[in-house]
Design a binder for this molecule. Structure first.
Ligand code: NDP
Length: 405
C-alpha cells in the first residue's frame, strides 16, 4: 500500500469522513484515498473500540477528528495522540458520529459501520446533503423510504458500495429505468453451497467466516454463509433502484466475477465484471462520474476458466426467503428481520446458538412483527429494540430447552 501524509483541504480536494474506518471497508477506503492525496483529504475517522488501529490511521492520514464510540477507548486514543505529532481532535459517543458525518468540512461520507449502529450517522450524512457512499446496507433495510426521502429532500447523493449494487448502478440507464426488465443480483452462494445439509448444524464460526472469494468483516461473512446477506441486498436493491422485489432475480454465480446484471426488454443484458475487491466500487463512488485507479488488478479473462450460474436453493438458505417475505410484509418486518439477524449472528459467533438455529430464531421474531411501515425514525428505533428483545428471549428459552433435553 502506498502511504501519504494529508496536509488538509485545497480548493479541489474533497473532504472524506469514514464511519467505521477500522473495519474491512474502512481500511480499503483508506487504501484508495492514499493513492490520490491530491484529490481527497480525510476529515474524520471513526471506530467503536479498536484504539491502536485508529491511532495508526490518524498518524498516517492526519484527520481533523477521530471518533471512538466507547468513552474509555476515546481517552486511551487521546493519550496516545497527545504523545505523538498528530493534532487530531478526539470525540466520543454515538452523537459524535452524527456530528462528523454532517460537519461542514465533510464532502463525502463512507458509511461503513456494521449493523443498525450505522443508521443514525448515515442518516445524518443524508440529511446534511453529503455524498453518501453506502456500505451499511442494514441502515437502508431498516429505514427504506425514510432514508431515500432524506437523500432526495436534502440534495444528497447516494452511491452504493455493495459490489452488487454498485454493479447494478453502473449497468442501469443514466436516467431512470426505462427499458429495464429486471435486476439480476448475483451471489457466490457462500462457503456452504454444497456442504451436506445434515452437517450444517455443526458449522463452526471459523468455517462460517471463511468466505471463498471475499475478505470481509465477521458479521457480513456469516450473513453470506446463511445467504441473509443476499436477502438484505434484495431489500437494499428495492429501495435503491425503486423496484418491487419480484423484479429482482438472485443468480448464484460461484466465481464472483460478474458482480450483478441488468436485463432489458430488448434482450440485452448489461453486466459489470471485475476481480472481487471492494476497492473497485469504493474508487467508483469516490470519483463518480469520473474514474480513478483503485489498486485492483485488471480482470484476466484468460485465467477466468469458467463462469457458472445456478438458481438459489431456498430450502438450504431459508434466510433468503425471509428477506423477500419481510419486504413484502412492510417496513416493520424488515426491521425485525435485521434486528433478529444481528442478534442471531452475534450469538452464533459467541457459540450460544448453532448455525441452523440462526434461521429458526429469525423466523420466530419475524412472526411477531406487525404489518405496515413506520413513518418516523422513533418508530423504527422502537421496533428495532422490541425485536432485539424478542430475539434475546428466544435464545434464553432455547438454552433452557436444550439444558432440559
Ligand atoms: P467490519 O466488522 O470489518 O467493520 C465494522 C466497523 O464498524 C469497524 O470500524 C468498527 O469499529 C465499527 N463499529 C462496529 N460496531 C460499532 C458501533 N456500535 N458503533 C460505531 N462503530 C461501530 O465490517 P465491514 O467493513 O465488513 O462491513 C461494514 C459494512 O459494510 C456492513 O454493513 C457490511 O454489510 C457492509 N459491506 C461490507 C463489505 C465487505 O467487503 N466487508 C461488502 C459490502 C458491504 P471497531 O473496529 O472499533 O470495532
Amino acid at each position: 500500500m502506498q502511504t501519504a501524509q494529508y496536509s488538509g483541504s485545497t480548493s479541489v480536494s474533497k473532504g472524506v469522513t469514514i464511519l467505521g474506518a477500522t473495519g474491512s471497508i474502512g481500511v480499503s477506503t483508506l487504501d484508495v484515498l492514499s493513492r490520490h492525496p491530491e484529490k481527497y483529504h480525510v476529515v474524520a475517522l471513526t471506530a467503536n473500540s479498536q484504539v491502536d488501529k485508529l491511532f495508526a490511521q490518524c498518524c498516517q492520514f492526519n484527520p481533523q477528528f477521530a471518533v471512538m464510540v466507547e468513552e474509555g477507548a476515546a481517552s486511551q486514543l487521546e493519550a496516545k495522540l497527545e504523545s505523538s505529532e498528530c493534532a487530531t481532535q478526539v470525540l466520543s459517543g454515538k452523537a459524535a458520529l452524527e456530528t462528523v458525518a454532517a460537519s461542514e468540512q465533510t464532502d463525502y461520507v463512507m458509511a461503513a459501520i456494521v449493523g443498525a449502529a450505522g443508521l443514525l450517522p448515515s442518516l445524518a450524512a443524508a440529511k446534511a446533503g453529503k455524498r453518501v457512499m453506502l456500505a451499511n446496507k442494514e441502515a437502508l433495510v431498516m429505514s427504506g423510504k425514510l432514508f431515500m426521502d432524506a437523500v432526495k429532500h436534502n440534495g444528497a447523493e447516494l452511491l452504493p458500495i455493495d459490489s452488487e449494487h454498485n454493479a447494478i448502478y453502473q449497468s442501469m440507464p443514466v436516467n431512470g429505468k426505462a427499458g429495464v426488465k429486471r435486476i439480476l443480483l448475483t451471489g457466490s452462494g457462500g462457503p456452504f453451497r454444497q456442504r451436506p445439509l445434515d452437517t450444517l448444524s455443526s458449522v463452526t464460526p471459523e468455517e462460517a467466516v471463511a468466505h471463498p472469494n471475499w475478505s470481509m468483516g465477521r458479521k457480513i461473512s456469516v450473513d453470506s454463509a446463511t445467504m441473509m446477506n443476499k436477502g438484505l441486498e434484495v431489500i437494499e436493491a428495492c429501495w435503491l433502484f425503486d423496484v418491487p422485489s419480484s423484479d429482482i432475480q438472485v443468480v448464484i454465480h460461484p466465481q464472483s466475477t460478474i458482480h450483478s446484471m441488468v436485463s432489458y426488454v430488448d434482450g440485452s443484458v448489461i453486466a459489470q465484471l471485475g476481480n472481487p475487491d471492494m476497492r473497485t466500487p469504493i474508487a467508483y463512488s469516490l470519483a463518480y462520474p469520473e474514474r480513478i485507479d483503485s489498486g485492483v488488478d485488471e480482470l484476466d479473462f484468460f485465467k477466468t476458466a469458467r463462469l457458472d450460474f445456478e438458481t438459489p436453493d431456498f430450502a438450504r438458505f431459508p434466510c433468503l426467503q425471509f428477506a423477500y417475505d419481510a419486504h413484502e410484509i412492510g417496513g416493520y418486518a424488515s426491521i425485525a428481520l435485521n434486528a433478529a439477524n444481528e442478534i442471531a449472528v452475534e450469538s452464533f459467533l459467541d457459540k450460544h446458538i448453532n448455525f441452523t438455529e440462526i434461521p429458526q430464531l429469525i423466523e420466530n421474531v419475524l412472526q411477531q412483527a406487525p404489518s405496515g411501515t413506520p413513518l418516523v425514525l422513533e418508530e423504527i428505533l422502537v421496533q428495532d429494540r422490541v425485536s432485539r428483545q424478542a430475539a434475546s428471549l428466544w435464545i434464553k428459552n432455547n438454552k433452557k430447552r436444550t439444558t432440559v433435553l
